[in-house]
Design a protein around this ligand. Structure first.
Ligand SMILES: Cc1ncc(C[n+]2csc(CCOP(=O)(O)OP(=O)(O)O)c2C)c(N)n1
Ligand SMILES: [Mg+2]
Length: 593
């Protein structure tokens, strides 16, 4: 019930400061909702001011039992006992400053024993840290190696995505605290003042707390950490897709995906860094998703009910946005939590091939050949449109990438740098008969260290070509000292600076060229020569073919590979790319898939 409905008046104008207090409250409600979904039923608090938003939220959660204890050290040992006897996780809450440091001995004990504690340390806003503000210390990573994870999500934010994220964090830390290696997990929670709203923030009235102990429900709808058997049993209903992100590749996976993907009618979207994108086409593989999802009717008709993801989130931003909100199952043999949209409903640390081989045992997965056919049709039509577009457009990255993929010798690999090169590769690397290992530093997506990484891959015995932007090349000039290890050509797309920014909202801001695009002035030929590398500047397709042929004809292992500088007119390239997207959006054939 809103304030106005309760009082029968017009909606009161809320003081701006109340916005902060209400935001704090909504943030904490979402966090507690996530923690409850992971089985948290007990919150042990010690009195304080900064922690107020969490207390106010907990008072609105009838399933949460609140126990106040003055001394934080004692509170933490009490929580430890609760968790030991009743299972966990049990949450602890303290105000900022020295308060949470008193949890330390109990945290150490919980860590050594393996007891599920969730440590909620309220904090002052980050802007006050390190400036002598009252009752403000560095609370991040306060417990060092004694917590399984420690998070510092920043000030509350009540936009829907942020609330979803903090709920997801609550669910995650609750799960992590429970195992497979149970133990304490910290979330540091900074809050701005005011901490107490003057009204009810438009929220429904709080339900009365449950009498006595609430029955503990340890399991969310589907346990996040699960077994293959449980995963197959609880598989969601409806139509699904498999997304293979960066690093997905595993022994036997390509064959398993081909076998079961086709039989079960499951489209397999293969990221350029998945190791599964290129090579003999399999019947279920979809490569042009980043492009075809730019067609709104297709994007809506092809939306699945669930996603099975292997590997890290895909390079394609468009795919990531489109997948947001779809229940996701994650297979990660390393036990990772790559879930940036907070949509996980199941998570399994297992060999991906074993999981794919088990798919036919999932009762909920009924073969749906027409679903896969629809995807394949959209993929083929997009492919045709891409070909037609390349045939008539002026020299740009599409031509370069297609030609490079045609000519890269079998057994060689390619390292593709951030940021436009990997995006262009995502668009244009859609066909090649032979497999091609593609490397990319997509863990943190830096433009740093590309030449050094390339030298390392080559030094490991994998002949590897480089495809870099002009800025990423210059960022790692000292990597050219390793030129001896660069056994294959380095292709540098010189488009006059960081042209990825041309596609971002910063484009057109005052001083855009100097502040964002930051073109480099040195002549790449001079740089290459200074490090003993041959240099060739390429202006069109014929030049490029000739440079590739010349590079491939060098068989002397003592000869260092050349630097091939490909000059691209970035404004023209951007127009070509925009044209393509418009054509895709308007394509009736793709819409009808
Ligand atoms: C180490 C690091 N610094 C800064 C960035 C931010 N950044 C992302 S892309 C980019 C520009 C890259 O320019 P270039 O290599 O020429 O590629 P282009 O975008 O022109 O294709 C920058 C500075 C980053 N990702 N990593
Ligand atoms: Mg550039």
């Amino acid at each position: 019930m809103s304030a106005s409905a309760a009082g029968g008046h017009d909606t009161p104008v809320r003081a701006p400061s109340d916005e902060i207090a209400c935001r704090n409250l909504r943030w904490c409600l979402a966090l507690l909702d996530g923690l409850e979904a992971a089985g948290m039923r007990d919150l042990v608090i010690s009195p304080g001011s900064r922690s107020t938003p969490v207390v106010l939220a907990a008072q609105r959660r009838p399933l949460v039992r609140i126990t106040p204890i003055l001394d934080e050290r004692s509170a933490a040992f009490f929580a430890l006992g609760l968790a030991r006897a009743g299972g966990g996780p049990v949450a602890l809450l303290a105000t900022s400053g020295s308060a949470p440091t008193h949890w330390y001995p109990a945290v150490v004990e919980a860590s050594e024993w393996g007891t599920a504690l969730v440590l909620l340390s309220a904090d002052r806003p980050p802007r006050l840290r390190g400036f002598g503000a009252n009752q403000t210390i560095d609370q991040t990573r306060l417990f060092g190696a004694f917590t399984r994870e420690s998070h510092d999500p920043g000030l509350p934010d009540d936009r829907p995505m942020a609330l979803k994220a903090i709920r997801g964090l609550g669910l995650r830390v609750g799960q992590v605290s429970r195992g497979p290696r149970p133990g304490p997990v910290q979330i540091n929670l900074p809050f701005d003042e005011p901490l107490v709203p003057s009204g009810d923030c438009g929220l429904a009235p709080a339900a009365p707390p449950a009498a006595g102990y609430a029955p503990r429900s340890d399991a969310p709808i589907m346990p996040l950490d699960t077994s293959v058997q449980a995963l197959m049993r609880d598989w969601p209903a409806g139509r699904g897709i498999i997304v293979c992100g960066p690093g997905a590749e595993a022994p036997g996976l390509a064959e398993a995906l081909d076998r079961h993907g086709r039989r079960l009618g499951l489209p397999v979207l293969a990221d350029p860094l998945s190791g599964l994108r290129l090579g003999a086409a399999t019947g279920a593989r979809i490569n042009t998703y980043d492009t075809l999802l730019r067609n709104p009717p297709a994007a809506s008709r092809l939306r699945p009910d669930w996603v099975l993801r292997i590997g890290r989130p895909a390079v394609s931003k468009r795919l990531g946005e489109w997948l947001t909100g779809i229940p996701t199952l994650l297979i990660d043999p390393g036990g990772g939590w790559s879930d940036p949209s907070h949509d996980l409903i199941g998570r399994l640390s297992a060999a991906p091939t074993a999981v794919i081989d088990a798919l036919p045992r999932a009762a909920a997965i009924q073969p749906q050949p027409d679903w896969l056919d629809r995807w394949r049709q959209a993929d083929e039509r997009t492919q045709t449109l891409l070909e037609g577009h390349l045939a008539v457009s002026p020299w740009c990255e599409g031509h370069l990438i297609r030609r490079l993929l045609e000519r890269l010798p079998v057994g060689d690999a390619l390292l593709c740098a951030n940021s436009l090169p990997i995006r262009q590769l995502d668009t244009w690397a859609s066909q090649r008969h032979a497999a091609l290992p593609v490397f990319g530093n997509r863990g943190a997506s830096g433009i740093d260290g590309q030449l050094s990484t390339l030298a390392g891959i080559n030094a490991a015995g994998q002949p590897c070509w480089g495809l870099l932007g002009d800025l990423s090349f210059c960022h790692d000039l000292s990597g050219l000292l390793l030129a001896e290890d660069l056994k294959r050509p380095i292709i540098v797309i010189n488009n006059g600076g960081g042209r990825i920014f041309d596609y971002l909202p910063q484009h057109g801001l005052p001083d855009f060229e100097r502040m964002w695009r930051t073109p480099v002035t040195p002549d790449l030929a001079v740089l290459a020569n200074a490090f003993g590398l041959a240099h060739q500047r390429v202006m069109d397709a014929a030049d490029f073919d000739q440079a590739l042929d010349a590079a491939r004809s060098v068989t002397d292992p003592e000869t260092e590979a050349p630097l091939i500088e490909v000059v691209i007119d970035a404004d023209l390239s951007r127009r070509v790319r925009r044209d393509l997207w418009q054509q895709i959006a308007a394509s009736r054939e793709i819409s009808a898939s």
